[in-house]
Ligand binder design. Structure first.
Ligand code: PLP
Length: 814
């Protein structure tokens, strides 16, 4: 369905500025960094707490975008494009989506609930795709912005919509309901967790069910507490109450990974096999079966398709590949909308200039096939993909015109014919429909490693960055410390994400860390905290800016830039105000000033200092003293040299506790990685890193035996012990062993028995239902690094930076 600018002007009550020229909107965008913005794009300049897209309009005009929805026109772009001016751009996006939704008359399933929305949506899509041509929310797009963006995926060839809606506050659901306009509601689950946005459980349920206001029916697990809020007809299911519309009974369990159910509906019964055993999956499957029954899908089809349900992997993952490649694993889905998202992620994550995509046939009801592949081809071209490998008969046929295309008729043929050595130093997006088994390609191209991984949640990093940004003025610059391999989380990947999120500066400890970032293509200015005289030459070659903290260092650097005849090389002056680590002391300021006076070889980019106790407000007086010394010393330098450098003194806990000392820049470190220095600070942060391993082996140990080196643990009654392939050489400190520490298996504590070995540890699983190759969490969401640090009397900084390089890092994004 096409729509034009003209058709939405009244919908969003916009004022027009610029030469009005109506055109058909081909694509709605809110992301200035997407390479898919072009002359057919209508761009909504959204404003968040820490982000204002109005700042990027200039760049977007340069990339061809002609029309913007804004709340004001920034000065530098006046008269350069068509502007639709509204009072609230997010609202305008929602109003546009509402208008667009009204152009369609097919049935829509609207899903909400505390958990399970995305899985139920993906499963319904799978179960119904042979009966309908479906448009659905991509990934977990269910927010105030995600829902509108999902709706724009609909077109005239669809005949069913499946959209999810998620809320966190009162008043939000009404807006989403008006956009989704569902006919059939699905209520997945109501969590008991306390949500900040609501007074109590009842208020939370009442808000969520607003989605169903105009539904003909609501599908849910029989639950009086929820049902009393629902005014519509209900279609319920239950495992315990045979009064429910659909009643299901488990047939004896066999521990073989599947569950057989007898399902009773409408006076008949049938038996289904669900390929899961856990309660959550069974409940998700029952929601789906109920919707299918409501839609009159015949029982045999239900039986046949439900047994093929699969684990849903929604997040995009970047993994280390062979020969220095980076793999973006999206081997579970293939539709046009998720292709566009994956291409954006590829651009963000590319570590090497060369971009490759391996793509299967696209399965998407909706567009006529030629048109679909035309759009796919265009997206690939816009994203400047160097090498395109297509697998599948259909895609091979339609994409053969593209330059750089290599095609294969099946995954098996590709695996047989393709030489893996031809993949070198490139970023590879692997995207295919499930039936193509692209996971086999991932296995082939993935770097083989042992099973311990440190998973890094890139969304959480962005969340934490935004939290600290919200603590300072929007004009205050942010330097992020990525020293020590990004506090153990990875250097390049994090730097790339920060560049994408437009921080102002990066900080590293040593020149070689900065050089590594430059070699990987990072363009942000980088300050080096400990420049050694021997590295000055390399620093200049790689455009790295030294912290100058001594007269000797300054003289040596000045000598070098003079020899090289360089003008205005950026440097940073460190002042010692009480940390007593590095920096100029008060008595040295006159000499510093005389060396820098009338010196055009260097430019003083910033003057800074470091607080010794910003994390501990009981040292409040000392922190204030440091700040006043900094003000005095820096003024002396600034006035004498008549310069206007950036001034900065705050690290993470400084930002949290002393935002009045923010000056022109702050230096964010540990907080970005999800660790604050107080409980309140931590409650605002999201966990970034999860260290995972697996169980290698399980054994029963009899009374009287002992476990591990030096017979440290004595067995006084028979126990069950699991061996985990992670030890002190991976960075797990021995102090955490001998029953002081534990790991989590199936969310339960498994105490570490005896000494931690170099590469392994043994844990007590007597009371845990687990088996070899089950997942083990060493730290993460529910066992925080801070807890471990406290128990072994150190700080989280040390635990995080101690995770050795042999542990593979995996980056993901929801
Ligand atoms: C490491 C470091 C920071 C960041 O400290 P956090 O406590 O991790 O926020 C800031 N400034 C300097 C000079 C540093 O060395």
């Amino acid at each position: 369905m096409t729509f034009s600018i003209l058709s939405i002007i009244t919908e969003i009550t916009a004022q027009i500025s610029g030469d009005f020229e109506d055109f058909i909107i081909e694509n709605i965008s809110i992301d200035s960094r997407s390479m898919q913005n072009n002359s057919g794009t209508l761009f909504f300049a959204l404003k968040g707490q820490n982000h204002d897209a109005h700042a990027y309009i200039g760049e977007l005009i340069e990339s061809g975008v002609r029309c913007f929805v804004v709340d004001h026109i920034p000065n530098d772009v006046k008269d350069k494009a068509l502007f639709l001016i509204v009072s609230d751009t997010t609202l305008a996006l929602q109003q546009t989506a509402k208008y667009y939704r009204k152009l369609f008359h097919f049935p829509v399933i609207g899903i909400t609930g505390s958990n399970g929305k995305t899985i139920v949506k993906e499963w319904l899509n799978f179960l119904l795709s042979s009966h309908y041509s479906i448009v659905r929310s991509p990934k977990s797009y269910n927010s105030q912005v995600g829902v509108p963006l999902s709706i724009f995926g609909a077109n005239e060839n669809h005949n069913l919509g499946i959209f999810e809606a998620g809320i966190s506050q009162k008043g939000e659901m009404e807006k989403l309901a008006a956009i989704i306009q569902p006919n059939i509601g699905v209520f997945t689950h109501i969590g008991t967790a306390h949500d900040d946005g609501f007074e109590n459980q009842s208020e939370k349920i009442a808000e969520k069910v607003r989605l169903f206001k105009n539904c003909e029916v609501v599908v849910l697990q029989k639950n009086e507490e929820v049902e009393k809020h629902i005014v519509n007809a209900v279609f319920t299911w239950s495992f315990i109450d045979n009064e429910a519309t659909v009643y299901a009974e488990k047939i004896a369990e066999k521990d073989d990974g599947v569950t057989k159910l007898n399902v009773f509906y409408n006076g008949n019964s049938f038996c289904v096999t669900i390929p899961f055993e856990d309660a959550v999956s069974l409940s998700n499957a029952m929601h789906c079966i109920s919707v299918l029954l409501y839609l009159n899908v015949d029982v045999q089809t239900i039986i046949n398709s439900v047994q093929n349900l699969y684990p849903v992997e929604i997040r995009l993952q970047a993994k280390k590949g062979i020969n220095n490649c980076v793999l973006i694993d999206d081997s579970y889905s293939s539709d046009y909308q998720s292709l566009k998202m994956a291409l954006d992620f590829l651009e963000q994550q590319k570590q090497y200039q060369k971009k490759t995509i391996i793509l299967s046939d696209i399965f998407q009801g909706g567009l006529p096939i030629e048109q679909l592949y035309k759009k796919v081809a265009l997206a690939i071209q816009n994203n400047k993909i160097d090498r395109v490998i297509v697998i599948g008969e259909t895609i091979s046929k339609y994409l053969k015109e593209l330059p750089n295309v290599i095609s294969f008729h099946s995954t098996a043929k590709f695996l047989k014919q393709f030489n893996t050595e031809s993949f070198q130093n490139e970023t590879i997006l692997i995207k295919g429909a499930r039936s193509f088994n692209f996971d086999e390609i991932v296995v082939l191209l993935e770097e083989k490693n042992h099973e311990t991984v440190l998973e890094i949640n890139l969304d959480a990093i962005v969340h934490n960055l935004n939290f600290y940004k919200s603590k300072v003025k929007s004009t205050t610059k942010i330097m992020v410390m990525v020293k020590a391999f990004g506090y153990g989380n990875g250097g390049f990947e994090i730097a790339k994400l920060l560049e994408h999120n437009k921080v102002d500066y990066l900080g590293v400890a040593f020149a070689d860390e900065g050089i590594e970032l430059r070699k990987a293509g990072i363009k942000l200015p980088i300050m080096v905290l400990n420049p050694e005289n021997s590295s000055f030459n390399a620093m200049i070659a790689y455009d790295l800016e030294p912290e100058i903290y001594s007269i000797t260092g300054l003289k040596a650097f000045l000598k070098l830039v003079k020899e090289k005849n360089i003008a205005s090389y950026p440097i940073h002056i460190k002042l010692d105000t009480g940390m007593h680590r590095l920096g100029f002391e008060e008595a040295q300021l006159p000499e510093l000033i005389s060396l820098l006076k009338n010196n055009n070889f260097v430019q003083i980019k910033s003057v800074f200092s470091h607080l010794a106790a910003s994390d501990d407000t009981s040292f409040d007086d000392f922190t204030k003293l440091q700040f006043s010394r900094f003000t005095d010393y820096s003024n002396e330098v600034i006035n004498a040299l008549e310069i206007k450098p950036i001034r900065h003194i705050l690290n993470t806990s400084g930002i949290f506790n002393y935002s009045n000392m923010q000056l022109e820049m702050v230096r964010l470190g540990i907080g970005l990685y999800g660790v604050g220095n107080s409980q309140i600070e931590n409650s605002n942060l999201q966990n970034v890193s999860t260290l995972k391993s697996v169980i290698s082996q399980i054994r029963i140990i009899k009374e009287g035996e002992s476990i591990g080196y030096s017979r440290k643990y004595r067995v006084d009654q028979e126990i069950r012990v699991a061996t985990i392939p992670i030890g002190y050489a991976d960075g797990i400190r021995r102090a955490w062993g001998n029953e002081k520490g534990y790991v989590l298996i199936k969310n339960q504590k498994a105490t570490i028995l005896g000494n931690i070995c170099m590469d392994m540890m043994m844990v007590d699983v007597t009371n845990i239902d687990c088996k070899p190759s089950d997942e083990v969490i060493v730290f993460g969401d529910y066992l925080k690094v801070t807890e471990i640090a406290k128990a072994i009397e150190t700080i989280a900084y040390e635990v995080l930076t101690g995770i050795s390089k042999r542990v593979k890092r995996v980056y993901y994004k929801n």
